[in-house]
Unconditional design. Structure first.
Length: 174
């Protein structure tokens, strides 16, 4: 099993030791490109790590994300559900549990779509993996809450989950 680790920013990857890391850059397009590159390079399992903002006071620390939604997708005017890509069946990729709403904006308010946490990459990685039948896991460190102070809080907390994730990665890779 060739596992690849996809992380958006070098800052989020600080002190994480793994031989097959792809730094994607921020956002869904960059995450998709990095995921496709990892698959092209032979990865047959993808692990994502990064930071996320919480919409749910009971979600904190390092969490494993089980469901993914696109918080930018809104074709409700055409009769589709919020988050549903037109002519596709489901809104959520994965399962209920901790659901991450991915969007190309830094969330400073709770999104309209139902989700526990927010980020800017994981839905795109999950969807790419799903379309290529590649197993996918995602771990997020809750660095902030979706409120007006979130950019400042994110900067203060961006690297705090790295040691926790390294322990989880060591268990997962074994």
């Amino acid at each position: 099993m060739v596992k690849a680790l996809i992380i958006a920013l070098k800052l989020e990857a600080r002190d994480i030791e793994y031989s097959n890391i792809y730094i994607s850059g921020v956002g869904k397009v960059n995450a998709t490109i990095a995921t496709m590159k990892a698959i092209q390079d032979g990865a047959n399992e993808i692990i994502n790590f990064g930071t996320a903002g919480s919409n749910n006071d009971s979600v904190s620390g390092l969490v494993e994300v089980t469901g993914f939604v696109d918080r930018d997708m809104n074709a409700t005017v055409n009769g589709f559900k919020l988050g549903q890509t037109p002519y596709e069946k489901d809104v959520v990729i994965g399962t209920q549990g901790i659901v991450c709403g991915t969007g190309d904006t830094f969330a400073t308010t709770k999104p309209k779509i139902d989700c526990d946490i927010v980020d800017m990459e994981s839905y795109a990685i999950a969807k790419t993996c799903m379309l290529h039948n590649i197993p996918f896991k995602s771990y997020k460190y809750i660095s902030d809450n979706t409120d007006t102070n979130s950019p400042t809080a994110w900067l203060e907390n961006v690297s705090k989950g790295n040691k926790l994730f390294q322990k989880e990665l060591d268990k997962t890779v074994r």
